[in-house]
Write a protein that binds this ligand. Structure first.
Ligand code: ADP
Ligand code: MG
Length: 248
């Protein structure tokens, strides 16, 4: 269980990026976080990953406070951030300790993301979608209990995005026990396709506006009336969070 308690973050300079965030995510649950730009989504993920410190509050996994980068937590960013001087397999194996087992584990996770044939190539030889799959493989190879994804598919074209969404769910379902996923996205359909819960944030200061349960069976049909009803519900909450334009 991932437990975020009374989390606040004020940056030097005074920006209140987060205030009073409380969020619990069960083991194996998929939570999507949506919200306008600047409402603290990336700040929240970085603090959960142990890459930044909160001003107040805490993050715990199974009762243990997260105080810094942690092998139980993996993170994937919008850009794949692969090391250009390492092969695909070496990138995936980077976070593992040495030994023959390292190559075997890297190969196994690459196969799981459908890139077994790319083990020996350089990152620059990959398409954007393939590179992001390698980044996901690299995050999964240490078998994290929690996988955080910060707008992982935003830079990809619509077809590649659909492919990777399906793929992420397949990979998630193939790991035993299933990792907890927290995915930040500005694509409401992506949130509804993937998540058990959609958390909507609002800015100034960054906080949670709504936490909506998505009780649809998987795989989900984006054209189903129940999906459409949830889309309308999430959009309605998002509209409420947008700043009201000043009169001209
Ligand atoms: P989001 O990911 O939802 O777009 P961020 O977490 O990136 O939001 O940013 C939340 C707020 O904090 C914004 O107002 C942003 O300008 C500010 N912010 C983000 N990172 C920093 C930083 N390192 N220093 C100061 N302010 C920051
Ligand atoms: Mg962000």
């Amino acid at each position: 269980m991932l437990a975020i308690r009374h989390l606040s973050k004020t940056y030097p300079g005074g920006t209140r990026a987060l205030q009073g965030i409380d969020l619990s995510v069960a083991e194996g649950e998929v939570v999507a976080i949506v919200g306008g730009s600047g409402c603290g989504k990336s700040t929240l993920l970085r603090i959960v990953a142990g890459l930044d410190q909160p001003s107040q509050g805490q993050v715990a996994i199974d009762g243990a406070t997260v105080a810094g980068p942690h092998p139980g937590i993996g993170i994937v960013f919008q850009e794949p951030r692969l090391f250009p001087w390492l092969t695909v397999a070496q990138n995936v194996g980077f976070g593992l300790s040495g030994g023959a087992d390292r190559a075997r584990q890297a190969a196994e996770v690459l196969a799981r993301v459908g890139l077994a044939d790319k083990a020996g190539v350089w990152p620059r030889q990959l398409s954007g979608g393939q590179a992001q799959r390698v980044a996901i493989a690299r995050a999964l190879v240490t078998r994290p209990e929690v996988l955080l994804l910060d707008e992982p598919f935003s830079a990809l074209d619509a077809f590649t995005r659909l492919d990777l969404q399906r793929h992420l769910l397949q990979v998630w379902a193939s790991v035993d026990p299933r990792p907890t996923l927290v995915i930040v996205t500005h694509d409401v359909d992506e949130a509804l396709l993937l998540a058990d819960r959609v958390v909507v944030m609002r800015p100034d200061p960054g906080r949670i506006e709504a936490d909506i349960a998505i009780g649809l069976p998987r795989p989900r049909d984006r054209t189903a009336p129940a999906f459409e009803a949830l889309r309308r519900e999430v959009m309605g909450v998002l509209d409420r969070t947008l700043p009201i334009p000043a009169p001209a």
